[in-house]
Design a protein around this ligand. Sequence first.
Ligand SMILES: Cc1cc2nc3c(=O)[nH]c(=O)nc-3n(C[C@H](O)[C@H](O)[C@H](O)COP(=O)(O)OP(=O)(O)OC[C@H]3O[C@@H](n4cnc5c(N)ncnc54)[C@H](O)[C@@H]3O)c2cc1C
Length: 394
Amino acid sequence: MAATDVRKPDHAASKRHFIFTEEHDALRESIRSFATKELAPHAEEWEQTTFPDWVFRRMGELGFLGLSYPEEYGGQGGDYFASIVLAEEIVHARCGGLAMGIAVHTDMATPPVHVFGTEEQKQRYLVPAIKGGKISCLGITEPDAGSDVSGIKTRAVRDGDEWVINGSKTYITNGHRADFIVLVTKTDPDAGHDGFTLFIVDMDLPGVIREKKLVKMGMHASDTALLAFQDVRVPDSAVLGQIGKGFYHIMWELQGERMIGAAGAVAGAQRLFEQTLQYANERVAFGRPIGKFQVTRHKFAEMATKLEAARQLNYTTAWRFANGEYPVREISMAKLYASRIAVEVADECLQIYGGAGYMQEYGVERVWRDLRLNRIGAGTDEIMLDVIGRSYGL
Ligand SMILES: Cc1cc2nc3c(=O)[nH]c(=O)nc-3n(C[C@H](O)[C@H](O)[C@H](O)COP(=O)(O)OP(=O)(O)OC[C@H]3O[C@@H](n4cnc5c(N)ncnc54)[C@H](O)[C@@H]3O)c2cc1C
C-alpha cells in the first residue's frame, strides 16, 4: 500500500475462512439452494407432522448424506469441512428438527459404522445409509442414565454365537423411522469402562419395541422415541468395533457429534441474526427504524461479536480434528460456547422482534425453542464444563 492510499473498511469483503475452498463454496450454494427451495416451504407443516422420509432419499440422491465418506461406499470423498458446510447450510430449511434428524444420520450414527465397522457392516448399513435408503439412529441415553453414560443398564449377554439384548433407550432421534440403531450396551458390568460394547441392531427384529413418540418443547419436526429391547437376539456379526471398547468408541463418536452440533448452533443463530437485521431495518417506531436506536445497534454488535468468536473457535477446532488430533478439550469448549451464545442470540433476536417475535408466523420463537436443545443434547453445558475442567487435572 502506498503512503498516500486511504484504506476504508470493506465490510462486504469475502469472509471465506482458510479451512474452506472454492469447492466448499459451491457445495454451500447447492445445499443452501436445495434447503431453501425444497425444504423450507414445508417447515411449518413438518412442525405438525415431522419431516417425511423422502428427505433422506432426496438428500441421498443429491450426494448430501455422504459428503465426507469415501467414494467406494457411495460417498463424495470430501473432507471433514464438507460435513461442517452441511451442518451450516441445512439451517436454511428453517426447520431445526430436520437439521437434527439429518445430522444424527450423517454425523452421529453412521460415523461409528464407517470407522469401526467390518466391510460387511459397511456394505449392509453404510452404503444404503449414504443413499438415503436406510435411516439410522443412535442409542446412548436411557431413562436412568444420560450424562452418566457409564451408568447405562442395557445389557447384551452372549448366548452361543448370538447375543441377547435387554434394556431401554430414550430421547432417540429418528427412533421411530430408523431402519437400524447403533446401540450402546454393557457386556461386562464388572469391567468398568472396558465393559461396554456397541451393536448395530436392525429395528425390525423381534423384541425391538418403539414404545412412545415423545412430545417436546421444540424440534417438533424430528421424531423422538422411547425404545425397549426385550430379548433381542443378534448374531456376533452385529458387534460394532471391539467387544469391551464400546465406551471409548462412543466417546470418540461424541466428539464429532459435538463439533457438528456447535457448527449447526452458530449457523442457526447466524441465520436468525440476518433475518432480524432485516426486520430491524424495516420496523419503524418513534419515527425511525428500530435498528437505528443505539441500544438495538449495540445488541447487533454484541451478537455479531459472539457469533464470530464462536465460529472461529469452531473452525480452528474442526481444523485440528480433521488433521488427526483428538482435541477433546477444545471440542468441549466449542460445543459449550456455541450452544450458549446461540441461545443468547436467539433470545435477543426475539426481543428485537417484540410481539412479532412471540408469534408463530415469523418463525423466531421456533428458532428460540429449537436452539435451546443445544445446551442439553450431546452433553449438557455442565458436562462440557466438567470435561474442560478435568482436562487441567482438576
Ligand atoms: C430432543 C432430544 C434429542 C435427543 N437425541 C438423542 C439421541 O438421538 N440419542 C441419544 O442417545 N440421546 C439423545 N438425547 C439425549 C441427550 O443427549 C441427553 O438428554 C443429555 O445427554 C442429558 O442427559 P439427561 O437428559 O439424562 O440429563 P441428566 O444426566 O439427568 O442431567 C440432569 C441435569 O444434571 C446435570 N448434571 C448431570 N451430571 C452432572 C455432573 N457430573 N456435574 C454437574 N451437573 C451434572 C446436567 O447437566 C443436567 O443439568 C436427546 C435429548 C433430547 C432432549
